[in-house]
Write a protein that binds this ligand. Structure first.
Ligand code: HH2
Length: 269
């Protein structure tokens, strides 16, 4: 899954794709590099002072981009990164097929109905708090079993979505790396990914350029964290993750294709 942030303030690439033309060119590059899904986001959750935007502004940012990607690349699979049902509904109508909700359907109770009604795929990510503080440490309090707490908070979200009519096989779970988690918490949930896999849904991870990668490698500039990101992605693959949300698609595609070929003992990525 290639990341297309149509925001002025995302933590590592804010402002790059703020016009429709630039965003569509960005989507074309992500596809050419091997992305199977384009994840379009119009609201940043960046750690330092994310500014929530209203649904109208978020729609203004993402809808023309989604519609144009759909028009230019009819076979593209588009997801929309939003916590708002109004935005999800409009994005699905404009051509998105997947709703990626970093609140795991916590922040807008209409999300499940909207996704069920449109037969959308959904990504339910673990986080705590609201858009303004979910990527901070405000709610990063855990006991000894971090993955256990993430599971206890995330799996009921999936069950509630299913009760509202979202199909079981339309749901993926994401532990929310760096969301309401210090780096040690992110490492703990990554090491324990098999427990998340055992919950019975495909697992997605978003490790790309994140803080824990910078802390381990000593690379300060987010855009320069590609090699550390590769290490995290390949390890996550080995531990059972199957969807990888990344900025640097070519690096991830190549590394994960090779990792997958080893796991399958076959020369196909
Ligand atoms: N991380 C970010 C945003 N959306 N969605 C999922 N499912 N998993 C993630 O780990 C995830 C996500 C944060 O990264 P980015 O989009 O690069 O930055 P920003 O939040 O500033 O837009």
């Amino acid at each position: 899954m290639g990341i297309l942030n149509v925001t002025p303030d995302s933590f590592s690439d804010g402002g790059r794709f703020f016009s429709v033309d630039d965003a569509v060119a960005g989507a074309e590059t992500l596809r050419a590099e091997g992305a199977d899904v384009i994840d379009v986001g119009g609201e940043s959750t960046r750690p330092q002072g994310a500014t929530p935007v209203d649904a109208a502004e978020e729609c203004r940012r993402v809808l023309p981009v989604i519609a144009e990607i759909r028009r230019r690349f009819p076979d593209a699979v588009i997801s929309v990164d939003t916590v708002k049902a109004e935005v999800a509904e409009a994005a699905l109508a404009a051509g998105a097929a997947i709703v990626n909700d970093v609140s795991g359907f916590r922040l807008d109770e209409r999300m499940a109905d909207v996704c069920a009604g449109a037969s959308a795929g959904v990504v339910l990510m673990h986080s705590r708090g609201g858009v303004r503080d979910m990527a901070t440490f405000a709610h990063a309090q855990y006991g000894a079993d971090v993955a256990g707490e993430v599971l206890a908070e995330l799996v009921p979200r999936a069950e509630a979505a299913e009760l509202a009519g979202v199909r079981h096989d339309a749901i993926a779970l994401d532990p929310g790396i760096g969301f309401s988690k210090r780096s040690e918490h992110s490492l703990a949930v990554l090491a324990d990914l098999p427990r998340l896999v055992d919950a019975g849904y495909p697992v997605m991870v978003g490790v790309s350029r994140k803080r824990f990668v910078g802390e381990i490698t000593g690379v300060g500039a987010a855009a320069d964290r590609v090699h550390g990101t590769t290490g995290a992605n390949v390890m996550a693959l080995a531990l059972g993750a199957r969807i990888f949300r990344v900025h640097d698609v070519a690096a991830a595609r190549h590394a994960l294709d090779v990792g997958w070929a080893i796991l399958q003992r076959e020369l196909t990525g």
